[in-house]
Each structure stands twice: as structure tokens, then as C-alpha cells.
Write a protein that binds this ligand. Structure first.
Ligand SMILES: [Zn+2]
Length: 447
């Protein structure tokens, strides 16, 4: 240890590091990881020891896909409630999506408004994606310089009027602009032509909803995205991949050197179309939760590295907007607090380790966003941790969740993995289901 500066030592027989899980003592100085040392290393005088025994010390999760909706649709969610739920779930860094808030994050002025709203409410470190819409090409570079981590766009209607989608020409123009300053474009990839030609029956039957959002909509949109990225040498990221049919072309593009990354979400990886009851629109999201065989293929995509990361796409709304009609209900899954246990439950059953989970849910999202201080337990990074009892189980009670509207697709599920505590820059911010007051900081790109 470097000595006098160390104020805290966190010890566990299972510390998940980039080199594997092992007994270790993590020395913390000034909110950062000072060193990762052998378990038995003597604690320096004046430093506090926290020994977690056999509970697992994970890097704090990094969730790069959260819709906080604040300001503007705060009856749906808000920075106080979303970040509190995240803290309880072991997440220590969150990036907010640019839409569903009013204003959307499409100009520097709008970004500043959102930062002002978020600052006093953030329980965890919080940053922002910008939005790319048809009218704001000129705003992209200033937004990037003001600290957004990249830009989100839609290729099909977003669900809110103030955030229109890009057509193929507009996509190419925005992508070229963003590539020109070395930025990242993250894309909701569903092709509107396939959605328009799919049967739109509406009603309570999940099978009808699934047929209205066919795999081809994703496949075609991703194919086009790869072509644009190749031609422009642009960096692109596929949001919330559901269609496993797209995996071979993504893998081929990656092999070829196209700069493309991919995320999927806990709901696609742990829930299946077969189990969604009719009328249960808490399971509605776009693209949709697909069949069990599709889910198996997504897990293969994770195992072979085609899918880089797992993030929540927490997209809540009020209970009233979850009408029992799949056509009119708001689309979005609320899962922020449950992502780690949901994924761990499925991952362990499929033979994956917590090293894999930490790579998918912490290291890879941090890398995606360029968050060099986050995402791993190694010297120099922020002292952000989740302490997990991986063999303990709990049954999801929506009333115990911290997001604003206690709607969730996981109600009644028994999950493995209880988050015992969460640590942000060396401070315990959540323990045994209780979350301390907001001490999160706002993050800007390269700061
Ligand atoms: Zn989303």
C-alpha cells in the first residue's frame, strides 16, 4: 500500500478483478482504488477495514441506457427515484437517454437544463447522451464539446413527438457529422418499412404484438447501419438488440473491422415471449421480448463476444399508461434495480461466472462510453463497488422497488443474488435495501 493516504480497505475472499476472481484487499484513497493487494495484507494504521467475508466484491455496475424522463415527465420517473433504485441495485454510474424528458437533450441549452435538474438528485454518478434528430445536425458538435458521451437516434418513430426519427439520408448526414469529430452514434435500430407492413392488430394478445415488431425490422435496420458505418468509418452502437438473426452479420462486420458494438438487455436475456400473459403490458418494449430459442442465441452472442454489454433500457411510465392493449400501452420495461440479480440468475444457470457478468455490465459499458475511471476493480479507478451475496435468493415484490411507479415485468420472480451494499467513490451509498442521500456527481465526457 502507498501508506498514509489509504482511508479504507475492503476485503473479500471473492474480489472480481479484470484478471479473475480471487481473495483480495482493495485499498481506497481519496475515493479511488489505490491498490489491489493480497487478502492478508496488513491494514495501515488509521484506515478502516470492511470485511465482506465470502460475499463477492464486484465493480459497481455501469448502466449506459436509462430513461430518467426528468424534467418534463417526472410522473413517469425522475433523477431522485431512478438513481436511488440504481444505487440499491448495485449500479454506480448511469447515463441518461436524451428523450422522454422535456426538453430532450438535443441542444447545449437543453443539456444544461437537465444537468441543473439532475445535480441535487443524483445518488450515483450520472452523465448524459445527446440526441440526434433531423433538425439538430448543427448542435451535435457543440453538445459533444459540452460533455455528452455520444448521440442517440431512432430510425422508426420514438413514441414522443419532440424526438423524431432519422430517415436514411438524415442518418448518413448525422453519422458523418459525428464521425467528423470522433463521436459515437447509438441507434434504436428498427426499420420503419417493416413495421409499417407488419400486421397491426392491437389488443391484449402478446402474439399479435410480437408479430407487429418482426425480427426483419431489426435485421434490415442493422444491415443498413453496418453499411453506413463501413462507408463513413463511423463508430456506431446497436441499442437493445433483440433479434438474434442479426448476430451473424454483426459478427462478420466486427471481423471486417467495422466499428460497431452491441448491447442487449436483461428482459431479452431472462424473459420470453412464451411466458408473457395476454394483457400484461408491463412486458411491452420495442423491439419486443422474443421466443426462448431467440434468447438462447442471444446468450451465445454474449458468450462469443458479438454482444458487448448488458444494460437496462429502464424506460418507465405511469401505471395508467400500461393499459392492457399492446398497441396503445406505453412501451418500456422498468428493471433498473433488478438487472444484476436477473442476469446473474440466468447466467449461473447457463454456466457463466460473475467475471462474465462484471465484464458485460460494468467493464464493457464503461468502455463504450469512454468512462476510463469506471468499470473495473484496479488501481486508479474510482472506488465504486457492488457487494453481492450470489447464492441468496429473493422474490421480487414491486412494492420494495425504488423507481417511481412500481410496475415491473419481474413481479413474483425468485432471483439469485442479493445486493448487500453499494459503494460510490469509497462511500457506502446503499446497504441492505436502504439508500443514503444523493452524493452522485455529474459526469462529462473526458472529465
Ligand atoms: Zn431506451
Amino acid at each position: 500500500m502507498s501508506g498514509a493516504d489509504v482511508e479504507l480497505v475492503l476485503r473479500s475472499t471473492r474480489v472480481v478483478t479484470p484478471d479473475g476472481t480471487r481473495p483480495a484487499a482493495v485499498a481506497v484513497a481519496d475515493g479511488r482504488i489505490d491498490a489491489v493487494l493480497p487478502y492478508g495484507t496488513e491494514v495501515p494504521p488509521g484506515a478502516r477495514l470492511e470485511d465482506f467475508g465470502d460475499d463477492v466484491l464486484l465493480p459497481g455496475l455501469v448502466d449506459t441506457h436509462v430513461h430518467v424522463n426528468d424534467p418534463g415527465r417526472t410522473e413517469w420517473e425522475g433523477f431522485f427515484t431512478a438513481t436511488r433504485a440504481a444505487a440499491a441495485g448495485g449500479i454506480t454510474t448511469l447515463l441518461d437517454m436524451p428523450l422522454n424528458s422535456l426538453p430532450p437533450t438535443t441542444t447545449v441549452g437543453h443539456l444544461r437544463t437537465k444537468q441543473q435538474v439532475a445535480a441535487p438528485k443524483a445518488h450515483i454518478d450520472t452523465g448524459f447522451w445527446g440526441g440526434a434528430i433531423p433538425s439538430n445536425v448543427k448542435d451535435l458538435r457543440p453538445l459533444y464539446e459540452a460533455g455528452v458521451f455520444g448521440f442517440k437516434c431512432f430510425l422508426s418513430p420514438s413514441g414522443v413527438d419532440e424526438f423524431p426519427e432519422l430517415d436514411q439520408e438524415q442518418l448518413a448526414r448525422s453519422m458523418a457529422e459525428i464521425a467528423g469529430f470522433g463521436g459515437l452514434l447509438i441507434v434504436h435500430a428498427e426499420d420503419p418499412r417493416h413495421l409499417d407492413s407488419a400486421p397491426q392488430r392491437g389488443g391484449p394478445a402478446y402474439a399479435d404484438f410480437l408479430a407487429s415488431r418482426p425480427r426483419d425490422a431489426e435485421n434490415t435496420a442493422i444491415e443498413g447501419l453496418i453499411a453506413h458505418a463501413r462507408r463513413l468509418n463511423a463508430r456506431v452502437h446497436v441499442l437493445h438488440l433483440s433479434s438474434s438473426d442479426a448476430l451473424p452479420m454483426i459478427a462478420a462486420a466486427k471481423r471486417e473491422g467495422v466499428r460497431i458494438t452491441v448491447e442487449s438487455c436483461p428482459h431479452f436475456l431472462t424473459l420470453t415471449a412464451e411466458e408473457v400473459p395476454d394483457g400484461a403490458t408491463e412486458f411491452k418494449c420495442c423491439p419486443p421480448i422474443r421466443e426462448a430459442a431467440n434468447q438462447d442465441a442471444l446468450w451465445e452472442g454474449l458468450a462469443d463476444g458479438t454482444i458487448d454489454c448488458i444494460v437496462s433500457d429502464h424506460s418507465p411510465c405511469t401505471t395508467e399508461l400500461k393499459t392492457p392493449d399492446f398497441a396503445s400501452a406505453w412501451g418500456g420495461i422498468s428493471s433498473l434495480q433488478l438487472g444484476l440479480p436477473a442476469i446473474w440468475t440466468e447466467a449461473r444457470g447457463r454456466g457463466h461466472s460473475l467475471d462474465d457478468v462484471a465484464r458485460w455490465m460494468s467493464a464493457a459499458p464503461a468502455r463504450l462510453a469512454g468512462l476510463t475511471r469506471k468499470g473495473a476493480i484496479e488501481a486508479g479507478r474510482d472506488a465504486d463497488f457492488a457487494v453481492l451475496a450470489p447464492d441468496e435468493t429473493f422474490t421480487v415484490d414491486p412494492a420494495e422497488l425504488f423507481h417511481r411507479n412500481q410496475v415491473t415485468a419481474y413481479a413474483g420472480k425468485t432471483l439469485h443474488g442479493v445486493v448487500k451494499s453499494t459503494w460510490l467513490r469509497g462511500e457506502r451509498i446503499a446497504a441492505d435495501g436502504a439508500v443514503a442521500g444523493p452524493t452522485g456527481r455529474l459526469l462529462e465526457r473526458n472529465h
